[in-house]
Ligand binder design. Structure first.
Ligand code: MTE
Length: 421
């Protein structure tokens, strides 16, 4: 415990202290000064000394200059299935490697992409569970210790169309097939470093992330995460994707990245963070991003089960339906789980009566998806291939998932239709 007893959350465990020391040493701060800073002001004081960030007495206000009449998105829409309303679905068959290139990365907007000016942008951090409300500029964020990780990002509604196609029970919302997912290398700062800088208190319960997209529901798309997820070192405030500055469509200048959680948690065009000592409820953990249906009992103020972590899934990197020539074809696909690396993907030609093991064809790093492949000697006619993934924690895709009205987290094995001719 290095913070003031009882007031500030114990932020720096041993590994964090070591990280802080490396940072301080790199900035020319000696061991004795480092320890003095640490005992006087905790991790926040060390970070402040390292970055030159002054902690303002603060009347934080989010700013950001949205362009007049912005387009729905900025990237070339040609590679995507355009669902309208700013929603661009990727085609998995275009993805050859492990990392999804920025130009092929799916876009899910609840209004329109923003064109923000980093110079005028500020991130405000406040709330009753924050001891030192603050406002950080883009440069101040960039000067904090950076962290890079590989993670897939998937919309909670990915595979939603399958409720209709596979179960004959359509769900509400954008009819995503298999491409509301991408796998990227994200660079940013740990959200916990920013919260530590702002003096997050012991009694913090909810961390509310708010975007600057005022035309979205709730005037700024927002999502609550529990303090434990927020304080996990791998929950990022990201400013780069795949070695490039975050593209506008993906949240420039700064977005959240919550590995393993439904994509709606990863707030783009981040403007405000509110830390509360109460459990917070907003649209996105009550009427939206909640599994509503007979099998999902209400949770708190939500009419069903709040969608938090993703579920284990696999999909073939083929158009739906696909067409292939007869003879041997190399088929590949992607599988991912929030609960650990994928250890096995099986495939079936007879609706799950018999299964064969696919080969895992690329190393699976950190929170990355896995790439798998197999050779199929295709006979002319109508075929269906199913795949089923298993992760290191022993989770497998279930044979059936119960219906939920808004069609989240569909993860039954997909019966992929393939015509061979
Ligand atoms: N953040 C803001 N500010 N506005 C949004 O509409 N959409 C969310 C999330 N963050 C959204 C947002 C949803 S539903 C998803 S799935 C992901 O962003 C998609 O991220 P991407 O568009 O970068 O792929």
């Amino acid at each position: 415990m290095i913070e003031e007893q009882g007031r500030i959350r114990p932020a720096a465990d041993r590994s964090q202290q070591a990280q802080l020391w490396r940072l301080a040493r790199g900035q020319g701060i000696g061991r004795r000064s480092f320890l003095r800073l640490l005992s006087a002001g905790g991790a926040a004081a060390v970070l402040a000394a390292c970055t030159g960030v002054q902690l303002p007495a603060a009347t934080p206000q989010a700013t950001g200059d949205a362009a007049v009449d912005p387009p729905l998105h900025f990237k070339d829409t040609a590679p995507f299935i355009d669902h309208g309303g700013g929603n661009l679905e990727a085609r998995l068959q275009d993805m050859q490697g492990l990392i999804t290139p920025n130009r092929l990365f799916f876009v899910r907007n609840n209004s329109a992409s923003l064109d923000l000016d980093a110079a005028g942008w500020r991130l405000a951090v406040k709330g009753d569970a924050i001891a030192r409300p603050l406002e950080l500029s883009y440069d101040e964020i960039r000067n904090l210790p950076s962290r890079t990780l590989i993670s897939y990002l998937e919309c909670g509604g990915n595979h939603r169309a399958m409720f209709d196609l596979v179960k004959g029970q359509p769900a509400q919302g954008t009819q995503w097939m298999t491409g509301a997912v991408g796998n990227g290398e994200w660079t940013g700062v740990s959200l916990c470093d920013v919260l530590t800088l702002a003096g997050i208190k012991e009694d913090a319960v909810s961390v509310l992330l708010i975007g600057l997209d005022r035309d979205s529901p709730e005037e700024g798309f927002r999502r609550v995460i529990p303090v434990d997820k927020a304080m996990h070192a791998d929950t990022l405030l990201a400013y780069a994707l795949n070695g490039e500055l975050l593209p506008k469509d993906h949240g420039f200048p700064l977005r959240a990245l919550a590995p393993g959680w439904v994509g709606s948690t990863s707030i783009k065009w981040l403007g405000r963070i509110v830390v509360s000592s109460q459990q917070l409820w907003t649209r996105n953990n009550t009427s939206s991003y909640t599994l509503i249906g007979a099998d999902y009992p209400p949770e708190g103020e939500a009419p069903g089960k709040v969608a938090t972590t993703q579920t284990i899934k696999s999909a073939l990197a083929l158009p739906w339906p696909a067409q292939l020539p007869p003879g041997e074809s190399r088929i590949h696909g992607f599988a991912h789980s929030p609960a650990g690396p994928i250890v096995q993907v099986e495939w079936s030609l007879d609706a799950g009566e018999s299964w064969y093991s696919a080969e895992m064809t690329a190393p699976q790093l950190q929170y990355s998806w896995a790439r798998f492949g197999f050779i199929w000697d295709a006979r002319p006619g109508e075929n269906t291939i199913m795949t089923r993934a298993t992760d290191a924690a022993g989770n497998s895709q279930p044979d059936e998932i119960p219906f939920n009205q808004k069609g989240y987290l569909f993860n039954q094995p997909l019966p992929h239709p393939i015509r061979v001719a």
